[in-house]
Design a protein around this ligand. Structure first.
Ligand SMILES: *Cc1c(COP(=O)(O)O)cnc(C)c1O
Length: 375
């Protein structure tokens, strides 16, 4: 018999600062009335994040999606962008919105990231960039990707929406590639309610990126680009400044939840845990995905439904593949070109994980999974 759950458990739960701390930080805005357009809190958060992420240049955006869109726009690309179908649709939509064509590369069955050994075969004279995603915060094979990019003279833009705070050999994850996009959406490891950022290390991009997120304006009465509005407000920056104060504590909590799940669920038949971080990688424990191998009476969808019935809300993440979404299928994209991604998408389930998830609840969630899986 499993323990009864009295309230719904969601896959993610946003960390929030003390209400009083937030109110006292935003109180000054009623005096200054400088509530957006690179205000004081915005500037402070930008600086603190630049340091935390160990990146030379960092800019804040209204959300991660607009940040990615602007990053692609700033590079003046034309043609095909090699990317992964195992991602959130923001990645590919940003490519499409820029008039570019996504070319889907299959993924690795161990990290679920783009398979770097399959990139080169997809490169042709129309290829203009590579856009890998650090799925679940696990770093891509950045060194190999960089080699391919250098060989063909292609820029690399990372979707690092999942990878806040991840480091490789003491270097911030954004030290790889030309530009990395972070998302600070409420469901992410670090959030500003809605928000995002771009990290880069080519100072010449800075002026253009700043302009592109403010309608293309380059001074008060002149515009050099056709830009959009992707600015972060002071109210969002305030949330970020306070959340940044507790980020290390929250990452520790996520680590111990991950260890607890691993302890509870390792060795279960038909259930595969994801790889442990490799040597040199500082993980952010953003997600806890498992793969369900179907067998008689057992399936990913079956486990999902069983957990739902018991008020545990997991997430089929990422499912379906981008190339299987109606909006992409209609355009002729075909998921059979990426068979490994297709299989992973059908087996994967992301379990609840957030800093305030109590160990007792991790045990109860595990109990339910065991009850379903061991028949
Ligand atoms: C969250 C997410 C985004 C988009 O970020 P927003 O801040 O929600 O716009 C892009 N890519 C991936 C992989 C994401 O998980």
């Amino acid at each position: 018999m499993t323990t009864r759950i009295e309230k719904d458990i969601y896959v993610a739960r946003s960390d929030m600062p003390e209400m009083e701390a937030y109110f006292s930080l935003v109180a000054e805005l009623w005096e200054s009335r400088a509530i957006t357009n690179a205000g004081k809190l915005h500037e402070q958060l930008e600086q603190e994040l630049q340091q935390y992420l160990k990146t030379p240049d960092f800019l804040l955006f209204a959300n991660g999606h607009l940040a990615l869109n602007v990053a692609l726009r700033a590079l003046d690309l034309k043609g095909e962008v090699i990317t992964t179908p195992f991602t959130f649709l923001s990645t590919t939509n940003a490519i499409m919105e820029n008039g570019l064509t996504p070319v889907f590369c299959d993924i690795r069955s161990d990290t679920y990231n783009i398979d770097e050994t399959k990139i080169e075969a997809l490169i042709n004279e129309n290829t203009c960039a590579i856009l890998p995603v650090h799925v679940y915060g696990t770093p891509c094979s950045c060194t190999q990707i960089e080699k391919i990019a250098a060989k063909f003279g292609l820029p690399v833009i990372y979707d690092a929406a999942h990878a806040f705070g991840v480091e490789v050999d003491g270097k911030g994850i954004a030290s790889f590639g030309d530009i990395s996009m972070f998302s600070f959406h409420a469901t992410k490891v670090f959030h500003t309610v809605e928000g995002g950022g771009l990290a880069f290390h080519n100072e010449s991009l800075q002026r253009k990126l700043i302009s592109l997120k403010n309608f293309g304006l380059t001074d008060p009465i002149q515009a050099d680009y056709i830009g959009m509005n992707a600015k972060m407000s002071e109210f969002h920056a305030a949330m970020g400044l306070l959340n940044l104060q507790t980020i290390d504590k929250n990452l520790d909590a996520r680590k111990s939840i991950t260890e607890r799940y691993r302890h509870n669920l390792s060795g279960l038949p038909s259930l595969k845990l994801s790889l442990e971080p490799t040597a040199g990688v500082k993980s952010n424990y953003a997600y806890f995905p498992v793969l369900i191998e179907p067998r008689a009476g057992i399936s990913r969808d079956g486990l999902f439904d069983y957990l739902e019935k018991h008020r545990i809300h997991s997430r089929k993440y990422f499912y379906p593949l981008i190339s299987d979404l109606r909006s992409y299928k209609e355009l002729g994209f075909d998921s059979s070109n990426t068979p490994i991604a297709k299989v992973i998408a059908e087996k994967v389930l992301a379990l609840p994980i957030y800093a305030s998830l109590e160990h007792g609840m991790v045990d109860i969630i595990s109990e339910h999974i065991i009850e379903y899986m061991v028949k």
